[in-house]
Design a binder for this molecule. Structure first.
Ligand SMILES: C[S@@+](CC[C@H](N)C(=O)[O-])C[C@H]1O[C@@H](n2cnc3c(N)ncnc32)[C@H](O)[C@@H]1O
Length: 351
């Protein structure tokens, strides 16, 4: 098989497939998606090796919203022998003539996939040992080998370019809940800053002493992430904020409507986790950037509707129109985070 394999949140295979189909149409690569609801993965099949390489190169993980990981498929194995899986996997690896920095055996984030986690760990050790013996591992290689085990007899041998792939097994950053944070939502903003910005951007754009507004802030999980980085935060919400945050000296709590509030002075960041219609949120976020009220923003778009992919496209387009009308160029990076449920998280800024 020529193509790519993507992991996604179970239940979002169709959105992931739609995203790939849109890419495919733009690149004229002639592919099609193969997916099964709740499987946690999508195959995108391409007609030949050239099309697969072109598609994979033009589809870096950071540019995708619904895929947690995007891998180039080397082989689709129809049925791995349960007794000796490596005897089928290793010939595929040898045939590439390439060496790999590392090798990961993964399963999708579905109920069935999670049951394979123990098997993946055991096989992973055996695979790495075999690759070492055959001198197929090279720490200087820019490639990582992936084996995807699914709940069906089908398994995938695939590879990732380290520079453009997600750096976590299954594309899932495992974050520990900080016990001092007032809500589990805190992990959403932490993951957003980790996956939507690179290290250099985090250093340049999130400096102690900067200012931020948090719309829909209570009880304060997102505010906590900003305070942890020593930003001064105005937290807007009619609900109560955690006392520890108010005691930090860095937080001003305003019991106001987040859709009406505007800052007296421009701020560095505005973040927003208000539960509202995504179009209404996107329009207000665009206004903040268009008016120059903030330089960077992270916001959540809740997607309880059926046509989630279309809704995201619509939000993007109305956002783009508002900024074009204000004569502003902008950047939009959207992702369904591991900690997002029926929603996506967007980072946007004016250039
Ligand atoms: C999902 S919770 C936010 C959780 C928060 N990000 C955290 O990490 O703890 C949504 C919040 O949005 C607030 N909210 C909804 N509509 C609002 C509005 N128009 N103005 C201000 N806050 C609003 C709600 O009161 C609620 O506290």
């Amino acid at each position: 098989m020529h193509g790519v394999l993507a992991y996604c949140r179970p239940g979002f295979e169709s959105e992931c497939a739609q995203e790939f189909s849109a890419r495919d149409a733009a690149l004229a690569t002639g592919g099609f998606a193969r997916s099964r609801r709740d499987s946690g993965y999508v195959e995108f099949v391409l007609p030949d090796a050239d099309a697969a390489a072109r598609f994979h190169t033009s589809t870096p993980w950071r540019g995708l919203t619904f895929a947690r990981q995007c891998l180039r498929v080397l082989a689709r194995l129809e049925s791995l022998p349960a007794q000796d899986r490596l005897s089928v996997i290793l010939p595929v690896v040898r045939a590439t003539g390439r060496r790999y920095a590392d090798a990961w055996i993964e399963s999708p984030d579905s109920d069935a996939g999670r049951e394979l986690a123990g098997l993946c760990r055991a096989l992973n050790n055996a695979l790495v040992a075999a690759l070492k013996r055959e001198k197929l591992l090279d720490p200087a290689s820019g490639l990582r080998l992936h084996v995807g085990l699914t709940d069906t007899p089908v398994a995938f041998v695939a590879e990732a370019d380290l520079a453009t792939a997600a750096p976590w097994p299954g594309g899932i950053p495992r974050l520990r809940f900080p016990s001092a944070a007032p809500s589990r939502s805190t992990l959403k903003l932490e993951e957003a800053l980790l996956t939507l910005l690179d290290e250099g951007e985090r250093e340049r754009w999130l400096k102690p002493g900067m200012t931020a507004v948090d719309l829909g802030a209570a009880p304060g999980g997102w505010t906590w992430q900003l305070v942890r980085r020593s930003l001064h935060v105005t937290s807007v919400d009619n609900g109560p904020m955690a006392q520890s945050l108010l005691d930090s000296g860095l937080v001003t709590h305003l019991r106001e409507d987040g859709f009406r509030y505007r800052p007296a002075q421009p701020v560095d960041w505005m973040v927003c986790d208000m539960v509202e219609q995504p179009r209404r949120v996107a329009a207000r976020m665009a206004e903040w950037l268009a008016q120059g009220w903030c330089r960077h923003t992270v916001f959540n778009l809740k997607l309880p509707m059926k046509k989630r992919y279309d809704e995201v496209a619509l939000c993007h387009d109305l956002f783009a129109e508002a900024l074009a009308a204000a004569g502003r160029r902008f950047e939009w990076r959207a992702r369904q985070l591991y900690h997002d449920r029926e929603e996506i998280t967007v980072f946007a800024r004016v250039r």
